[in-house]
Design a protein around this ligand. Structure first.
Ligand SMILES: Nc1ncnc2c1ncn2[C@@H]1O[C@H](COP(=O)(O)OP(=O)(O)O)[C@@H](O)[C@H]1O
Ligand SMILES: Nc1ccn([C@@H]2O[C@H](COP(=O)(O)OP(=O)(O)O)[C@@H](O)[C@H]2O)c(=O)n1
Ligand SMILES: [Mg+2]
Length: 224
């Protein structure tokens, strides 16, 4: 069944439309293997640089919790370490964005494959400002996931190995795609949380408009 998705124009608020002023929405995608530290670092980035953090994995888990039919379909796919069809993922992501009045989104765990990229580009007509890639050795990611303790059904050795395979086969090509557009900002994510954040800070401090005055340093993490 085709889902109805709103375009970039439709992300404008009523006020913006009324005053004929366009709301320029800035998007940063955060990708990396499972356990590379996306969620951990996104919380810090959101707090320090004033972004709204949206975790696509969390959005999908919320749909599972809602008890909907779509949710049970998502649950089966996630348990197997596979990827949810992009029309479903992008629709839920866009609904989440529309419900938040923010001009800076940090989208964690997206895109995961070329289909995700295409669905996002086709349906929103938006592109990320840049893509943060957390590059982490696989043995370190596995160690982290096995001690994450969030009760996730997909954090077991068997599913973790499948998720690594999906990352190599499906997500790495999206990194190459953004590399060819000069949009990849890669950091060594195998270090301590503080060290990784130091490298990330350099990247986010490069754009002048990314700097948030101290009085506006409030956490906008709506999905933690
Ligand atoms: N740099 C790091 N060093 C050690 N442990 C980390 C680091 N970054 C995150 N962790 C821990 O590893 C686990 C996975 O991190 P998380 O941010 O959930 O990764 P992702 O969202 O990429 O799967 C969590 O338990 C987190 O506390
Ligand atoms: N863009 C996305 C993001 C997540 N997912 C699904 O959600 C699962 C968990 O994603 P996540 O981002 O929370 O996982 P981590 O990389 O944070 O461990 C993935 O293994 C996929 O099954 C997806 O299908 N498409
Ligand atoms: Mg995560």
């Amino acid at each position: 069944m085709p889902y109805s998705l709103l375009s970039a124009d439709e992300l404008f608020t009523e006020d913006d439309r009324g005053s004929a002023k366009q709301k320029k929405v800035k998007i940063v995608f955060v990708i990396g293997g499972p356990g590379s530290g996306k969620g951990t670092q996104c919380k810090r980035i959101a707090q320090q640089f004033g972004y709204t953090h949206l975790s696509v994995g969390e959005i999908l888990r919320q749909e599972i919790s809602s008890g909907s039919e779509t949710g049970s379909m998502i649950q089966k796919i996630m348990k197997e370490g596979k990827l949810v069809p992009s029309d479903v993922t992008v629709r839920l992501l866009q609904q989440a964005m529309q419900g938040i009045n923010s001009d800076k989104f940090l989208i964690d765990g997206f895109p995961r494959n070329e289909e995700n990229v295409k669905a996002f580009e086709d349906l929103t007509k938006m592109e990320p400002e840049f893509v943060l890639y957390l590059d982490c050795p696989q043995d370190e990611m596995e160690k982290r996931l096995l001690s994450r303790n969030e009760g996730r059904e997909d954090d077991n050795v068997e599913t973790i190995r499948k998720r690594f395979k999906v990352f190599m086969e499906s997500t790495l090509p999206t990194i190459e795609y953004y590399e060819s557009k000069g949009k990849i900002r890669k950091v060594d994510a195998g270090k301590s949380v503080d060290e990784v954040f130091e490298s990330i800070k350099v990247i986010f401090s490069q754009g002048k408009d990314n700097k948030v005055p101290p009085s506006r340093h409030k956490c906008k993490c709506l999905i933690l």
